[in-house]
Design a protein around this ligand. Structure first.
Ligand code: SF4
Length: 154
């Protein structure tokens, strides 16, 4: 099997004060159980209380972050387009733009390059293929999500 094109590395540097990837009405952030633990701890809440306050479930039951009911943008994005919980941001937010769905075709990647100024900025540094692979795997695991808490009950 031929090596994926991105294994040679991709230039990227997240741009300060950008926030474009979070400022997407209707965007969905699936959550890994470790995201729930980290965010709840960061906010001084139990996981159950955090899920109740800041999350909702999709039609198939996976927990996702709530969006603002008017703008439909993530509830953690402030008026200055900054994440108010950046330190504890979920796996999918950390792994963007290197999501499997973005890298799966030339067309989806060119759409991602248009969306994300960090992929064409002059200060971009090469992200190596192994790091990209790790982000794809983490994004995939987060997308599987969880439907109950604790997540592994029978
Ligand atoms: S769109 Fe790209 S550059 Fe902008 S905040 Fe998101 S990852 Fe960073």
């Amino acid at each position: 099997m031929s090596k994926a094109w991105w294994m040679n590395g991709v230039p990227f540097s997240c741009q300060t004060d950008c926030g474009k990837c979070c400022d997407e009405p209707g965007g969905i952030v699936y959550l890994h159980p470790t995201d729930a633990k980290k965010m709840a701890s960061h906010l001084g809440l139990t996981v159950e209380d955090w899920l109740e306050r800041d999350c909702r479930q999709t039609l198939d039951g996976r927990y996702i972050l709530k969006s603002d009911p008017i703008t439909e943008v993530c509830i953690y994005l402030d008026a200055n387009k900054k994440c108010v919980n950046y330190q504890a941001r979920p796996t999918q937010c950390r792994s963007y733009p290197f999501w499997g769905e973005n890298l799966r075709s030339v067309r989806s990647w060119s759409n991602t390059v248009e969306e994300c100024p960090g992929l064409s900025s002059e200060d971009a540094l090469i992200i190596d293929g192994e790091s990209i692979k790790m982000r794809i795997i983490k994004d995939r695991d987060a997308t599987r999500g969880f439907r109950q808490w604790p997540p592994y009950q029978r």
